[in-house]
Design a protein around this ligand. Structure first.
Ligand code: ZN
Ligand code: ZN
Length: 365
């Protein structure tokens, strides 16, 4: 069938809206008509070739839509179901067997190779193949074929435009607090960077009953939004030293710090702001060649932990329904950070995301 898709053809370039051919779904896949897709920082990093994803490719990995066709070996889904999509995992490696699919041993090939596990793509243009299956979906498109394992069914009355970003950015921030760090009632947490991932962490910290939720950023408007969403304190890193401010607010440091910025000086501040035995969760992706200098004696004598967290340690089929129900109850108001655009406005939406004009851009398709 013919579909509309936004194709990435050159490093750092525009998204080109084109008509492509999409294969029919295979036995373990579904055809999904996309109605909304969030724009995630990772899409833009891949456009810029931070990791060398092959081009031309259709990016997009926060897709939501309606099932139009179900492969012969897929159960649990019907035509007409509303669904959101998340990341791919193999289901068979030691991490997948341990219910930690975001550390799947095949995570990179399955999500970043621009093809199915067997190397095939589902998309072609007039001049040849176009890479597909980015995060198992490639959802900057009117339709996708997706493996059943990265599709999660949602309620018939769900607003898919609001739920689309739950599959990556929102799950990443909220899951870091809830699943990975297991922040508890009465604990203190500092969140560095108040983009959509950081704000999702703020909302989750409020949900779990953290006492002091300290948002750190240089953008005053985003800090104000963080406070609206649950931050008890806002530290403007442009005018205040975050380490000193956090020590002052908590009387000795936070039990948990979360970095969404992947900026090495900010990571160092987050580590320094921890109380003894505290944990730094790294959820922002740096360039592959960057390293974090860690003061060994501080790490040793304070018993601090540093750990990476991918996709909020979430098993999407288990975690997304919980988060979506909390959203439906009004206890996780993620829509407050979203701005909606038509599909044809994708380049404008990307520009607004990069300039900071919007926190979370969502395309309606
Ligand atoms: Zn696996
Ligand atoms: Zn993402």
């Amino acid at each position: 069938m013919h579909i509309q898709a936004a194709v990435t053809r050159e490093k750092g370039g525009q998204f080109h809206l084109e008509t492509l051919s999409l294969e029919a779904p295979r036995a373990d896949e579904m055809l999904i008509r996309i109605t909304a897709v969030g724009i995630c920082h990772t899409d833009l990093a891949m456009r810029d070739q931070v990791f060398p994803v092959p081009q031309p490719i259709v990016l997009g990995h926060e897709g939501a839509g309606i099932v139009e066709q179900v492969g012969a070996n897929v159960s649990g889904f019907s035509v007409g179901d509303k669904v959101v999509m998340s990341y791919r995992a193999c289901g068979a490696c030691p991490s997948c067997a341990a219910h930690a699919p975001s550390y799947c041993h095949a995570f990179f090939p399955l999500n970043f190779s621009g093809a199915r596990a067997d190397g095939s793509t589902s998309l072609t243009c007039d001049s040849g193949p176009v890479h597909s299956h980015f995060f198992g979906q490639s959802s900057f498109a009117s339709h996708v074929v997706a493996h059943y394992s990265n599709v999660v069914k949602v309620a018939a009355e769900a607003d898919l435009a609001v739920l689309a970003p739950f599959g990556c950015g929102i799950q990443t921030g909220a899951g870091a607090v809830i699943n990975a760090l297991k922040v508890g009632v009465g604990e203190n947490v500092a969140i560095f960077g108040t983009g959509s991932v950081g704000l999702s962490a703020v909302m989750a910290a409020k949900l779990v009953g953290a006492t002091r939720i300290i948002a750190v950023d240089r953008n005053a408007a985003r800090l104000a939004l963080a406070q609206e969403l649950g931050a008890t304190h806002a530290v403007n890193a442009g005018t205040d030293n975050p380490v000193e401010a956090i020590q002052r607010i908590t009387g000795g440091g936070v039990a948990y710090a979360i970095d969404t910025t992947a900026l090495i000086p900010v990571l160092s501040q987050a580590l320094a702001a921890l109380a003894p035995r505290g944990t730094l969760g790294i959820i922002g992706a740096s360039r592959p060649d960057e390293t974090l200098p860690v003061p060994v004696i501080d790490l040793l004598t304070s018993g601090k932990h540093v750990r990476g967290i991918v996709e909020g340690d979430a098993e999407p089929a288990i975690f997304l329904p919980k988060l979506i129900e909390l959203h439906a109850q009004g206890r996780f108001p993620a829509e407050k950070m979203m701005r909606f655009y038509n599909f044809s406005e994708i380049n404008e939406a990307v520009h607004d995301s990069e300039s900071g004009r919007c926190v979370k851009a969502v395309l309606r398709i």
